[in-house]
Design a protein around this ligand. Structure first.
Ligand SMILES: Nc1nc2c(ncn2[C@@H]2O[C@H](COP(=O)(O)OP(=O)(O)OP(=O)(O)O)[C@@H](O)[C@H]2O)c(=O)[nH]1
Ligand SMILES: [Mg+2]
Length: 305
């Protein structure tokens, strides 16, 4: 697919000085933000599922080349919070936008909508609109009238139609991001990919398996805590995790008849954790009930929100 550009960009390369900065990836749930982070890094870091509200924590991905360092922040999808967990998620979005040097706003090309907060932010910070899932358009040119319409609604520096899933249009967009970064030093070592520990991604991969295997409220009512992560010479890593749910009936669903469901979940999560760590692991999972944890500020603090 060719890039569909709303404006002529300055292209890759900033100037002679090194540039660095934070780039927030934001948008409504399910727009493809985490898929884009992975496409940018050419590696699976953030979890991706077909369900909305998959991402709950801001997730950093760092891309360094000889000209600049871009620190991308994947964020939870923007929504009107109905409970404390969602309110905490929206705080992370606000903080990510406040910290950003450049904003990437992702919209699903099939129903592009701008979040009011991002329209406001676009007045003070360079904001690029990415119409994602362009692979689902009959013709990529079909994005042009959408771009024209969005152009009236905020002060955006550029527009791209991309497919995060297929990695199309991502390279050209990165060149434009580079051109918008301020001069600055390396903020992280050049070979560092993220700032979160492996333990964080292990918990996320278990959550991803839950989103993939369970329906309705179950994925939204679960939280994962990795309570042990032990590497030992010549043996598989030993990982123990607790899945918290809000009710006994959800616990029953997660465990399943004769433990079938939890077994399936465990092996799915183990495979993706092994892929992520590139080494074998033992994964033990327990399921516990913590009523109303999504509305309990203390529980949320404990889970890192
Ligand atoms: N066809 C198509 N599907 C995509 C594209 N990008 C993402 N998806 C799919 O859209 C769904 C949601 O992707 P995510 O990356 O999890 O979306 P998100 O914006 O991070 O969602 P939240 O974390 O819930 O806010 C997944 O099923 C992806 O495979 C794309 O370019 N084309
Ligand atoms: Mg996400």
């Amino acid at each position: 697919m060719n890039d569909v550009r709303g404006e002529q960009g300055e292209g890759p390369g900033c100037s002679d000085a090194f540039h660095s900065g934070y780039v927030a990836i934001c948008g409504y749930p399910n727009a493809g933000k985490s898929t884009l982070l992975n496409a940018i890094l050419e590696q699976k870091l953030a979890i991706v599922t077909p369900k909305p509200q998959t991402t709950r924590h801001r997730t950093l991905g760092i891309l360094t080349n000889e000209r600049c360092q871009m620190i991308f922040i994947d964020t939870p999808g923007i929504l009107d919070p109905r409970y404390d967990l969602q309110a905490a998620m929206m705080k992370q979005v606000g903080k990510s936008i406040a910290d950003a040097d450049v904003i990437l706003y992702l919209a699903d090309v099939r129903h592009p909508r701008l979040a009011p907060g991002v329209v406001v932010a676009s007045r003070n910070k360079p904001t690029i609109i990415l119409l994602n899932k362009a692979d689902l358009l009959k013709r990529v040119e079909d994005a042009l009238p959408i771009i024209e319409e969005l152009r009236q609604q905020g002060e955006f520096v550029d527009f791209f139609a991309i497919s995060a899933l297929r990695g199309r249009g991502v390279h050209g967009m990165l060149g434009r991001v580079e051109s918008l970064l301020p001069p600055g030093p390396h903020l992280y070592p050049a070979d560092q990919l993220t700032e979160h520990p492996e333990r964080f991604f292990v918990g996320e991969l278990i959550r991803e398996a839950i989103f993939d295997l369970f329906r309705q409220e179950v994925p939204y009512s679960t939280e994962v805590e990795v309570i042990e992560f032990r590497e030992s010479e010549g043996k598989a890593d030993h990982i123990e995790a607790i899945i918290y749910v809000e009710s006994e009936s959800q616990r029953g669903i997660l465990i399943g008849k004769g433990g079938q469901a939890i077994k399936r979940l465990g092996s799915k999560a183990r495979v993706s954790i092994e892929e992520f760590l590139s080494r074998p692991v033992f994964l033990g999972i327990k399921v516990k009930v913590m009523p109303n944890w999504r509305r309990d500020k203390r529980a949320l603090r404990r889970f890192g929100y």
